[in-house]
Ligand binder design. Structure first.
Ligand SMILES: Nc1ncnc2c1ncn2[C@@H]1O[C@H](COP(=O)(O)OP(=O)(O)OP(=O)(O)O)[C@@H](O)[C@H]1O
Ligand SMILES: [Mg+2]
Length: 407
């Protein structure tokens, strides 16, 4: 009797409480891989989850980007869905139908209006600067108000009415930079130590690397037409060529603001129309980012957001908790695991499992519409990922990349 008791206890300890999902929950539209224990096929189906958004986490080299590519590639075979990738590390260059090398061959003027009035656009740019450079009303009020003032002046100098959208040549950050330089000269004549002068110098220093000469990445006119970007199959914004993380955040932020506005203008859609992928762009998934409204309203408008990162801590917990689908590849950093555990209420068993996952294996947590949430382990089957390039007619390419007169 005693022996039997010990034996049962040990068995319980060593046999993990693996619950494989019910067979009908594995059925769906797009094949992803097999469950780890019973080798059942897992197909993803966004109509079963509360929304089509996907969070993909895991340490470097664990299989995140491969999974995202596999998913988009196979989904596009089933349905006509386009994808826009905001690629911080340059990992999708060979995968995309069209690749934009931002900061090298292609440029985006962050002062372009995209249908907004200068005042509305300035409001967005200020939020971008807050995330990218920490210039906020709270932490740097003088720099904040000076930057806002010079942005306004740059539009006014180009003949804009701040409250009217006009389709004409916009200023660039170079114009803003030059206005700041002029102001510094004036201020230096008045006083050598004023708080205003110190803030102006600090602002100038922040912009110098990007806008101090015509070759700066933010000193140029756009070579991309934003109104065409959702029409390409898989369009990659390769931001890895930009000089640093600040500039990547600023461009990524500008794109997200544009996509949010675009989504609302396009109207409601039953089906998924567009995937927006943020790869290693975790800084764009924080509290004051346009990603929050994109995630909240995306389902209604047919936009599915995919956030893939090794740095989960920058991703707002609300995004993780409310995502329809979370895929977690191998993780080891305790603080990251704790953060995830809190966000998706993961059991100790899966926490231990997480650290032992092999390449391409991941924990799947789905927030289902009509059933209790589902959690299980799969191995992503990336073997049949084959690149099928969609050739775009030259005319269409020309429309998206306006021939850069500047370069
Ligand atoms: N499911 C899989 N099956 C087989 N090989 C895989 C699988 N997933 C990833 N790999 C291989 O592992 C390598 C790393 O994968 P991947 O680039 O997707 O990782 P990652 O998590 O995006 O890494 P990083 O954080 O560095 O961007 C790639 O060479 C890829 O081919
Ligand atoms: Mg990756």
């Amino acid at each position: 009797m005693r022996v039997q008791k010990i034996f049962t206890k040990d068995l319980f300890r060593f046999t993990p409480t693996i619950v494989e999902p019910k067979q009908d929950l594995l059925k769906g539209e797009v094949y992803i891989g097999r469950t780890l224990f019973q080798r059942k096929l897992f197909f993803i189906d966004f109509s079963k989850t509360i929304n089509p958004h996907i969070c993909v986490f895991g340490m470097s080299g664990s299989g995140k980007s491969t999974f995202v590519k596999t998913l988009i590639h196979r989904y596009r075979k089933v349905r006509r869905v386009n994808a826009i990738i905001i690629d911080f590390a340059g990992e999708y260059v060979d995968f995309a139908d069209m690749n934009l090398e931002i900061g090298k061959k292609d440029f985006l003027n962050i002062l372009d209006l995209g249908g907004l009035t200068p005042r509305q656009r300035i409001e967005q740019i200020m939020r971008g600067f807050e995330i990218a450079f920490g210039i906020s009303m709270k932490d740097a009020p003088l720099q904040y108000s000076l930057l806002m003032y010079f942005l306004e002046q740059a539009y006014i100098k180009k003949g804009f009415d701040l409250d009217k959208y006009e389709d004409k040549e916009t200023p660039t950050l170079l114009d803003v930079y030059e206005l700041i330089e002029e102001e510094i000269k004036k201020e230096e004549k008045k006083s050598k130590e004023s708080g205003r002068l110190i803030s102006l110098i600090s602002l100038k220093a922040k912009l110098r690397a990007y806008a101090s000469s015509a070759s700066g990445v933010f000193a140029r006119k756009s070579t991309i037409r934003l109104d065409e970007i959702t029409k390409i199959g898989v369009l990659n914004f390769d931001l890895s060529k930009l000089p640093d993380e600040h500039s990547r955040i600023l461009v990524g932020y500008t794109l997200l603001e544009y996509l949010l506005d675009r989504m609302r203008r396009e109207g409601i859609s039953e089906n998924i129309k567009l995937f927006i992928v943020l790869d290693e762009a975790h800084k764009l998934a924080g509290e004051s980012s346009p990603i929050i409204p994109l995630v909240k309203e995306g389902r209604k408008y047919g936009f599915a957001i995919i956030i893939s990162t090794q740095d989960i801590i920058d991703v707002d917990k609300r995004i993780i908790a409310n995502a329809g689908n979370v895929f977690v590849f191998k993780m080891q950093a305790p603080e990251q695991i704790k953060y995830l555990k809190d966000a998706i209420s993961m059991s100790d068993f899966y926490e231990r499992r997480l650290m032992m996952l092999k390449l391409g294996e991941c924990i799947v947590k789905q927030n289902l519409r009509n059933e209790v949430s589902n959690i299980f382990v799969i191995k992503v089957d990336a073997e049949i990922l084959k690149k099928v390039r969609i050739k775009l007619p030259y005319e269409k390419l020309k429309k998206i990349k306006t021939i850069a007169k500047m370069i």
